[in-house]
Write a protein that binds this ligand. Structure first.
Ligand code: GAL
Length: 804
């Protein structure tokens, strides 16, 4: 067994933080048999953490097959739901082990194992002795190992995880899917998440910084303890400093930053506080906290304000999985998601329905997203038989406190959501649970608002739920915003879930009319973005409501990206295994809807035309053509013949936000839309051409260089085109992906919610002409080359440089 190199001498006075990422041994009890394997780990797989043991599959409809009645979907009887959690083998017991060599020189230190999240029911052992447990798979936690450590020798850290069937409504992932660290501190040190920073006077323009520092390990002997906090700006210049004697377990300090630079979604300016402990003149610990100055409020008539400026929350809900990478976190993969969302004009995320990875919030701080940080999808009343309800009594307070302590310094986080569509909403007495959680929020962080997502609005109002949270929020209720506002004019509110429009990239079904979709073979939804399940609607409907009602603070679309599991509306038919709700597909390729939101949420010039123009056999027959555009007016042409001018017409919902030509006779060739100004002068054009037969592959990478140290991934879109370079919208060629040089294929996907090819299989079918290869470097420096081949097509390759 190889251990990590922790033999380096700690720098005097500072804590040592070691990422435990390599050389873990993993044992999957479901696959390898037996609950507790022998200590010999030879048969164990060597893995890197973050790790998701289930993501490589195989897909199977019997994996966590649930027979449930989903009240939220309006079901009256229990129904067989295959693919509800993604059809991946995440159920069962998994063991992780890691050898640690702890040097003798660490004697006298306190040693902790920190977990950012472990899915789920984690039980941690050191050298065969139980250390602690934390069952909620989305929680971050830490255990002290000190008294079980062999200093100067080998130690074995082991984690047992267990995912029970019927415990989730989506794919939760499996294993040590977030980072794990070993932390060594001096006996007196800053507690985990032991700083709390607020900026109490920023609304008045004063840069007062109040910091509360919690220490651990104090004893009678510690008399002369000094605490210094230094504040640095984004250029790393020291701009404020204060030193006090420690006041005991908790010390409060105040500093003033001159002319504080505000954090906002367009200018996410951050500061860093460095807290230093000195005992008898010797440095004992140093702890860093990133924070920002910003203030916000929800108002009952004018919606949301950030730093005194009125704005709409143009938000999306996001589950935590990263598509083909599963739940295993990777910073570049999260950043890529956020970059695409930002390009679309998204400025806010609701972390549905659980605490996200810490890195996600750091990126939101750095990139400028407002976050609704959500704690739970379930309380004491079950949505899933083995869901959070089984933990509620023992864990709710602990989970809530850990969640708030971890996240309360992030400027991006503006609200604590205590729950989503909680069943207690409409249960008499349910408000007691709500108050319990809201009180914890107010006790642990009175600076942020509390909220919850209500689908049963009448119940939530009747039992007082909606009054207990600061900002009640509605899931799928645009038709009631006015009514609720008139009845409760004092309330501030926003839409916590909207649209739930379903679509599959590249699929178009006629006629293009708004409709509740329940069944269709094949199991795909139309990309005219007019299909939705019974409780939901279209993007257009929510746009209209948000535009009509300034008191609404904005919306959070369900969802930004497709996610694994919950394949509504085909949730009872295999092989549907991932969602159709995303604006962007599971592979990270934008669907048409992306441009509809972009046309509404940004000031960019958007002129996007749909559908594709390959309708062999439909010659002369009418095809609906839609244009998602920021322009008011445009003219459509087929092979140069005008199909008429359309102007956005707010008298009808489906012409307010898009331009529609209902019946365009199909003729192969060129479909062109020309945006016009008020004098009918052309401003911009977009052309969609009929593609010929698939002829070659082209590759487009989202980056030319990756950093090895940051475990950066490159996302390469693989596109099947004809001999003129036009994307073939019907192409489903099987593409072999291989990586030469210093890299490897990490995963591949095509965004098809019914595809059962494993994400780690090097052969991937294109879906509507496209798929995605995710590649990773295997060496510190060098070059990796992705090669894509398919019989009958001209191959393609692309090189990516690797830097340290
Ligand atoms: C909501 C729920 C989400 C998701 C969505 C699908 O009711 O909060 O988690 O299930 O419906 O429309």
């Amino acid at each position: 067994m190889s251990g990590i190199n922790v033999s380096a001498q700690p720098t005097e006075g500072t804590r040592i933080i070691q990422l435990l990422d390599t050389n873990w041994k993993f044992f999957n009890a479901e696959v390898q048999g037996g609950e507790q394997p022998v200590l010999n780990t030879e048969s164990w797989q060597t893995v890197e953490v973050p790790h998701d043991w289930a993501i490589s599959g195989p897909f199977d409809e019997n994996n966590d097959l649930q027979v449930v009645q989903v009240n939220e979907d309006g079901e009256k009887v229990a129904k067989r739901r295959s693919g509800r959690t993604g059809g991946l083998p995440h159920i069962g017991i998994g063991w992780y082990r890691k050898a640690l060599e702890i040097p003798v020189s660490w004697k006298g230190k306190k040693i902790f194992a920190e977990f950012d999240g472990a899915m789920s029911h984690a039980r941690v052992y050191l050298n065969g002795q139980f250390v602690g447990e934390w069952p909620y798979g989305y929680a971050s936690f830490s255990f002290e190992l000190t008294d079980k450590i062999v200093f100067g020798g080998k130690n074995l850290l082991a984690v047992r995880l267990e995912n029970k069937p019927n415990s989730s409504r989506w794919y939760p992932g499996a294993g040590l899917y977030r980072n794990v660290r070993l932390v060594a501190t001096n006996p007196v040190h800053v507690k985990q998440w032991g700083t709390y920073i607020t900026t109490p006077e920023i609304e008045k323009g004063n840069g007062v910084v109040a910091i509360e520092i919690s220490l651990e390990g104090l004893n009678e002997g510690n008399k002369n303890i000094k605490l210094t906090t230094n504040i640095y700006n984004i250029k790393n210049q020291l701009i404020a400093s204060v030193t006090n004697a420690a006041e005991g377990v908790k010390t409060k300090q105040k500093l003033v930053v001159d002319q504080p630079h505000l954090w906002s979604v367009t200018d996410p300016y951050l500061y860093r506080a460095e807290s230093v402990i000195e005992i008898d003149g010797k440095k004992a610990d140093q702890y860093e906290t990133v924070f920002g100055f910003r203030y916000f409020k929800f108002t009952n008539n004018d919606g949301f304000f950030l730093n005194g400026k009125n704005m709409k929350l143009n938000g999306v809900c996001m589950h935590h999985d990263l598509g083909a990478l599963g739940a295993a976190i990777n910073i570049s993969a999260i950043k890529r998601q956020l970059t695409l969302l930002q390009e679309m004009g998204c400025n806010a995320i609701r972390t549905s329905h659980n605490p996200p990875a810490p890195e996600f919030l750091q990126l939101c701080n750095e990139m400028g997203f407002l976050v609704i940080d959500e704690a739970f999808d379930e309380w004491k009343n079950a949505k899933c038989a083995n869901g959070y309800n089984t933990l509620w009594d023992k864990w709710a307070e602990k989970d809530m406190v850990a969640f708030i302590h971890r996240d309360r310094n992030h400027p991006s986080v503006i609200m604590w959501s205590v729950g989503n569509e909680i069943r207690e909403q409409s249960i008499k007495g349910g408000e007691v649970y709500c108050k319990f959680l809201v009180d914890i929020c107010k006790r642990e962080d009175p600076t942020r608002s509390t909220t919850a997502g209500f689908n049963q609005w009448e119940g939530a109002i009747k039992n007082g739920f909606a009054d207990i949270v600061d900002v009640p929020a509605w899931n799928y209720k645009p038709q009631y915003y006015r009514y609720i506002h008139e009845k409760f004019p004092q309330w501030t509110m926003y839409a916590s879930e909207t649209a739930s429009t379903v679509s599959s990239r590249g699929e178009y079904f006629f006629p293009a009319v708004p409709k509740v979709i329940k069944e269709r073979v094949p199991y795909q939804c139309s990309s005219y973005d007019l299909e939705y399940p019974g409780w939901a609607s279209t993007p257009d409907k929510e746009f209209a409501a948000q535009d009509s009602f300034p008191f609404m603070g904005g919306e959070f679309v369900w969802t930004g990206f497709d996610y694994l599991g919950e394949p509504t509306p085909f949730n009872d038919v295999w092989p549907s295994r991932s969602s159709y709700f995303g604006i962007i597909d599971l592979a990270g390729i934008p669907k048409d809807r992306f441009y509809l939101y972009q046309s509404k949420w940004t000031t960019k010039e958007v002129l996007h035309l749909l559908p594709h123009w390959n309708w062999e056999g439909m010659e002369g027959k009418p095809i609906p053509v839609h244009c998602y555009t920021s322009f008011q007016k445009a003219e459509l042409f087929v092979n140069g013949k005008s199909m008429g001018i359309r102007t956005k017409d707010p008298s009808k919902l489906y012409t307010t936000y898009r331009l529609v030509w209902d019946e365009v006779p199909y003729e192969p060739g060129e479909l062109k839309v020309v945006a016009l100004d008020t004098d009918n002068k052309p401003i911009k054009e977009t052309i969609v051409r009929t593609a010929g037969n698939p002829s070659r592959i082209i590759l487009k990478t989202d980056r030319e260089v990756v950093s090895y140290a940051e475990k950066e991934l490159a996302f390469v879109t693989v596109i099947v085109v004809d001999d003129k370079g036009i994307v073939c919208p019907g192409a489903n060629n099987k593409i072999s992906l291989s990586v030469k040089g210093d890299g490897k294929l990490k995963a591949a996907d095509n965004g098809d919610a019914t595809c059962l090819e494993s994400f780690v299989d090097p052969v991937r079918s294109a879906f509507h002409g496209k798929c995605m290869a995710i590649i990773q470097s295997t060496a510190v420096k060098g070059e990796m080359k992705l090669v894509a081949k398919s019989p009958g097509l001209v191959n393609a390759e692309i090189s990516i440089q690797i830097k340290k």
